[in-house]
Design a protein around this ligand. Structure first.
Ligand SMILES: Nc1nc2c(c(=O)[nH]1)N[C@H]1C(S)=C(S)[C@@H](COP(=O)(O)O)O[C@H]1N2
Ligand SMILES: [Mo]
Length: 416
């Protein structure tokens, strides 16, 4: 070994020795890792559901009940993602000395481990940062958020699976409390060959530093481990409690950090995009507005008065935004299935078109949703004609659908 790399190794070993503490014990890493793994898994499953609702694979169908299904899955998705931020930072803090090994890997297995952890840390930091910023409707990047968020989710899950596989012996060793903490309440020291830190012997360290790398607890360390877990737990809990009110009415009063308040907005309902921002004010206020119903070559048009003269249905349904906020409202309007029946085409997919151009111009209402008795072309919300910002003259509202598919400022429905 050259003098240079020997020095480098010594330097890294010294840094690890200085950073080592009982708070950075593998048991702490396992406790935080379990929580982080569970939170990521929840995010992955709920995120996959949300993604597929917006981009279904051929032949896929989705439940239309319970009506609050998407409200719950997406609320949980964003809350779990927010909880991941302190958990990931706490986990990084705990394993910091392990990231400072030199050389980074000596074996092929070691290389795989380092590569997977680098991938996992990098992709999850980007995922959580961009995801959080997205909930504030801030898109300071040049790529399409949803596609990148989706791709990164797979990178995270893949690298996490490799990471868990490689670390399985450490995870198993420190999984149970009884195996990790002695009768005196102190963490058990990491033995040689027992788990990562024990194996990772550094050259040329003095006894005290090596013992700290080995995770031999000092009297103060039991406290600092609890402090770390307490701080991470409090941060994660607080971040969730202080934002969950964006979807959970019971916590609305302590919604300090989330961008949307339950009842703040026109007609006691938040507005995601205003009519002005969508560029639809002229088209939406045009007295000549009509809704066009199309099925093959059969076409019917309805003025707003004609829609209002049809049988009206009232439903209580939430707007549940992908960004995590959701609010329940009273909607009143015409059942989509009544309208499709008028053009003689029930039980089929329906394309909804907006007066707006661009990304939100067209959405697909699958047959199960189009046929659902609670799916409406809504004319009123919370007892008043729709505000221009909520989609006047008419908007789509359906159960168990992401807010992004609840098309505002409708211009046409086309049966497929
Ligand atoms: N035409 C159109 N419809 C739209 C949108 C839009 O930007 N344009 N935003 C969608 C999104 S992302 C959500 S969450 C809901 C919000 O409805 P609201 O603004 O009435 O609360 O409308 C949906 N419908
Ligand atoms: Mo949304």
């Amino acid at each position: 070994m050259s003098i240079r790399s020997g020095r480098l190794e010594g330097g890294f070993a010294l840094a690890r020795g200085v950073l080592a503490s009982g708070a950075r014990h593998p048991r702490t890493a396992v406790v935080l890792g379990r929580l982080l793994g569970a939170a990521f898994l929840i995010c992955f499953v709920t995120g996959l559901y949300s993604h597929l609702l917006q981009d279904p694979l051929p032949g896929m169908t989705f439940p239309t009940r319970p009506a609050w299904l998407y409200r719950v899955t997406q609320g949980v998705h964003v809350a779990a993602g927010i909880a991941c931020i302190p958990l990931l930072l706490g986990k990084l803090h705990t394993v910091l000395p392990l990231l400072l090994r030199w050389p980074p890997a000596r074996t092929l297995g070691g290389l795989l481990e380092r590569a997977s952890i680098a991938l996992f840390v990098a992709s999850s930091l980007v995922q959580l940062a961009t995801g959080l910023v997205n909930t504030y409707q801030w898109y300071p990047w040049p790529f399409p958020f949803r596609q990148v968020h989706f791709a990164l989710a797979w990178v995270i899950v893949g690298s996490l699976a490799i990471h868990i596989g490689v670390k399985l012996p450490v995870i198993a060793r420190w999984w149970r409390r009884a195996d990790s903490i002695g009768p005196d309440g102190a963490l058990r020291p990491v033995g040689p060959g027992e788990g990562e830190l024990g194996r990772d012997r550094a050259r040329g360290l003095t006894g005290a530093l090596q013992r700290r790398i080995d995770g031999v607890p000092r009297s103060a360390d039991a406290i600092s481990r609890r402090t770390v877990l307490g701080a991470v737990g409090t941060a994660a809990g607080a971040a969730v409690v202080l934002t969950a009110g964006q979807s959970l009415p019971a916590l609305a009063a302590v919604n300090v950090f989330a961008p949307r308040q339950q009842r703040l907005g026109a007609q006691a309902l938040p507005v995601n995009k205003t009519a002005r921002a969508a560029g639809v004010i002229d088209a939406a206020t045009d007295p000549g507005w009509t809704l066009t119903m199309r099925a093959g070559d059969r076409t019917r048009t309805f003025t707003r008065a004609a829609l209002a003269a049809l049988p009206q249905t009232s439903v209580v349904l939430p707007i549940a935004c992908v960004e995590g906020w959701s609010v329940s409202a009273d909607w009143r309007g015409v059942r989509v299935r009544d309208l499709t029946a008028l053009v003689g085409a029930s039980g089929r997919d329906v394309v909804a078109r907006s007066l707006q151009h661009g990304a939100y111009a067209v959405t697909l209402l699958e047959a199960a949703f189009a046929d659902d008795p609670e799916t409406l072309v809504a004319l009123e919300v919370n007892g008043q004609p729709l505000d221009l910002d909520h989609g006047y003259p008419a908007r789509l509202i359906a159960p168990a659908r992401p807010g992004v598919l609840q098309t505002k400022w409708l211009s046409a429905l086309e049966v497929r």
